[in-house]
Write a protein that binds this ligand. Structure first.
Ligand SMILES: Cc1ncc(COP(=O)(O)O)c(C=O)c1O
Length: 369
């Protein structure tokens, strides 16, 4: 008899995170530092725009590449920010949808993709399923952009470099200088850089630089999930300047035969979202960042996160899984670093819960050292 499951199912190992959730299911009202989504809800004006769109019958398929008005608005922003004359824009089902389409479009079996480690989990799994090879470049212990390591990792087979700033899981924000140094390295070989900017609004110590400002072979990805509290609405977009127009066109072709389009009423709501000021919400997260950093720094080794809503903390004794099990037994849910890294020496805190819960969790963690 033919085996039921395709071989590629074995390429994805979700056991680490499943173990955490299994332990978590037994807890009553834990301090939940494990959730990768904002604690706030979608602002009312955006909800109203979605409801209006549904009532107005905006419930059919949109064009494959996305609602025309939304795409024009995104293009206008890209022109202003990056000086691209004619930005290509593809609206996708979350940034995750964009990642799948990008990797399908760019990665051949045997191609190498350079990824700073720690990294956002999805990259590794999709690239592997497509037959690509992930080349991880260690960015411990300070999590700065490892430009020299990336330069040393480039081979004939390098197809793509991934940059994620502000970063999940480390909270690192790369400076303009670091990004320009990477451009020099990528430019020499004409290597495309995929810039995952899902946390661009969560930047606490000054403006957030984008590599798209300095490099025309940047595939720029942003989304609405984190900035506007709508991860369940599945809204993201990809944009690029003229040098990568063909890439966006091919991604659009794949979208036509996979996702078809992003959710139509939420695309209408995303137009309203782009005019919505979320700086107040971000200021709350700056305060939460400070609560976590100031609360833990005496007892733990950790780098002050500059953005996103995560802190990546060294586990006592450098044994993350063991420490995470101990934390969970004490009612604090955190994720072991091995989920995001080839190492298991750190744990991730997501500080999207209430200030009171953050303080409670910080106290418990301090007591475990
Ligand atoms: C770095 C990073 N990229 C992409 C995503 C996916 O976001 P979306 O909800 O738009 O698919 C996430 C979500 O956790 C993320 O942390």
């Amino acid at each position: 008899m033919k085996q039921l499951l395709a071989d590629r199912t074995k390429l994805i190992d979700a056991s680490g995170i499943r173990k955490v959730f299994a332990l978590a299911a037994e807890l009553d009202d834990p301090v939940n530092f494990s959730i990768g989504q904002p604690g706030f809800d979608v602002p009312e004006v955006i909800k109203e725009a979605a409801i209006r769109a549904i009532r107005d019958g905006e419930n059919k398929y949109s064009q494959t590449a996305g609602d025309e008005e939304l795409r024009a608005k995104i293009a206008e922003q890209m022109r202003a920010e990056f000086g691209w004359a004619e930005p290509s824009v593809l609206v996708c089902s979350g940034l995750s949808g964009g990642l799948l389409l990008a990797f399908m479009t760019l990665v051949n079996p045997g191609d190498e993709v350079i990824i700073p480690d720690p990294y956002f989990v999805i990259y590794k799994h999709i690239i592997r399923v497509l037959g690509g090879r992930c080349v991880f470049v260690d960015s411990y212990p300070d999590f700065r952009l490892p430009v020299d390591g990336i330069a040393a990792a480039i081979t004939e087979n390098t197809k793509l470099i991934i940059v994620n700033s502000p970063a999940n899981p480390t909270g690192a924000v790369y400076s303009a200088e670091e990004l320009k140094a990477l451009v020099k390295v990528a430019e020499e070989r004409g290597i495309v850089v995929l810039s995952d900017e899902i946390y661009e609004k969560f930047c606490y110590d000054g403006p957030c630089a984008s590599i798209a400002q300095y490099y025309d072979k940047t595939l720029m990805m942003r989304g609405f999930s984190k900035s506007y509290g709508m991860p369940g609405w599945r809204m993201g977009y990809v944009s690029a300047g003229g040098a990568l127009r063909e890439v966006i066109e091919e991604m659009t072709k794949f979208q036509q035969y996979t996702f078809v389009c992003a959710p139509t009423p939420f695309q209408k709501a995303a137009i309203a979202a782009m005019d919505c000021d979320v700086s107040g919400l971000v200021a709350d997260y700056r305060r939460k960042r400070d609560l976590v950093y100031e609360g833990l720094r005496e007892k733990f080794e950790l780098v002050r996160p500059g953005g996103s809503f995560y802190a990546f903390v060294t586990a006592p004794g450098g044994e993350a899984t063991k420490f995470v099990e101990k934390a969970i037994k004490n009612n604090v849910l955190v994720i072991p670093g091995s989920v995001f890294s080839e190492r298991d020496t750190h744990f991730r805190i997501s500080y999207t819960t209430s200030d009171e819960k953050i303080q409670e969790g910080v106290e418990i963690l301090r007591g475990l050292v």
